[in-house]
Design a protein. Structure first.
Length: 303
């Protein structure tokens, strides 16, 4: 049985057992030279416990996660088990999948058919637009690998972005320019980009799940979710779309402004980026309202 097949088996069992989210999964295991035996425990809310085991050939295991043998740890903590004795090596299940959350399933059960997850990318950089994405999935969609975009490497994000666009009923992308960010502040520009992403959807959503704690919409019901990109499938998918789209834009700017290194840092305030601004000054895509200490001190010294 491959790791992917094992995961799908575990996921199917979780649905039957009523597991609410990835934190309901616990894993233990032991290793021999040839095989790894993984035990998955699935808990219902009434504390009834379900268990299944699978034997995986070592050749099918991945080397990107360490799990203590016989540990009972939530999957989202498995990546921190590096200091263990005789660790079992399995694929990092903690970021393998975020499924529809209790909240999302509850909204579907209430008759919401077009639920849109909303997230943005690019609030912190010194340059470039802020990008937002809105994603609507059919109920029951499963895409293994969906997770908060910040936990995924660029290549994996790009792969998942294509899969999200393939499976989603609709994907909308919106942006706010550096000039708009300077004019109305980054929070309001982020909300503006979100509204534009919603307007870019092919269908009107019944309900919006929005990452963060600040949002408004005059016409559509919504709910803000702090750390929503780490807990809700629709928002996590939107975070991936937004991040991939913004990275693509900054890589294009690399050809126009090669001296700033946008392809590498994507506009974030790295030492290299700040040094380039000190040397070359601002370019057209820099946000003038973002204060950079190294530059403001220099301006005071030489003004």
């Amino acid at each position: 049985m491959t790791t992917r097949e094992l995961f799908l088996l575990f996921f199917a069992l979780s649905l039957n057992a009523g597991a609410a989210d990835p934190a309901d999964f616990f894993v233990g295991g032991k290793k021999s030279p040839q095989t790894c035996i993984i035990t998955l425990f699935i808990f219902k809310h009434d504390n009834r416990r379900f268990r299944t085991t699978a034997q995986i050939p070592q050749a099918h295991l991945f080397d990107d996660c360490l799990v203590r043998p016989d540990s009972h740890q939530p999957l989202h903590r498995l990546a921190g088990c590096a200091n263990s004795d005789s660790p079992v090596r399995i694929r990092k299940l903690s970021v393998l999948m975020i499924t529809f959350s209790d909240l999302e399933r509850s909204l579907f059960s209430q008759g919401i058919t077009t639920l849109a997850g909303i997230d943005e990318a690019g609030r912190g950089p010194l340059a470039g637009p802020v990008i937002a994405a809105a994603v609507i999935f059919p109920p029951g969609t499963i895409i293994d690998g969906i997770a908060d975009s910040k936990t995924l490497p660029p290549k994996r994000r790009a792969e998942l972005s294509a899969r999200i666009r393939h499976h989603a009923r609709s994907v909308g992308v919106g942006s706010a320019s550096p000039e708009e960010i300077d004019a109305i502040n980054i929070l309001q520009a982020s909300i503006l980009a979100m509204h534009r992403a919603i307007d870019a959807l092919r269908m009107r959503p019944d309900f919006l799940l929005v990452d963060g704690n600040r949002f408004h919409h005059p016409d559509v019901q919504f709910r803000t979710c702090v750390k929503g990109d780490a807990n809700h499938f629709s928002i996590a998918a939107a975070s991936i779309i937004a991040k991939v789209e913004r990275d693509r834009i900054l890589e294009q700017y690399q050809g126009i402004y090669p001296e700033y290194g946008f392809a590498k840092h994507k506009g974030y305030p790295t030492k290299e980026h700040v040094a380039a601004i000190v040397k070359h000054g601002y370019c057209d895509i820099h946000r003038r309202s973002f204060v950079i200490k190294a530059i403001s001190i220099q301006e005071r010294l030489f003004s």
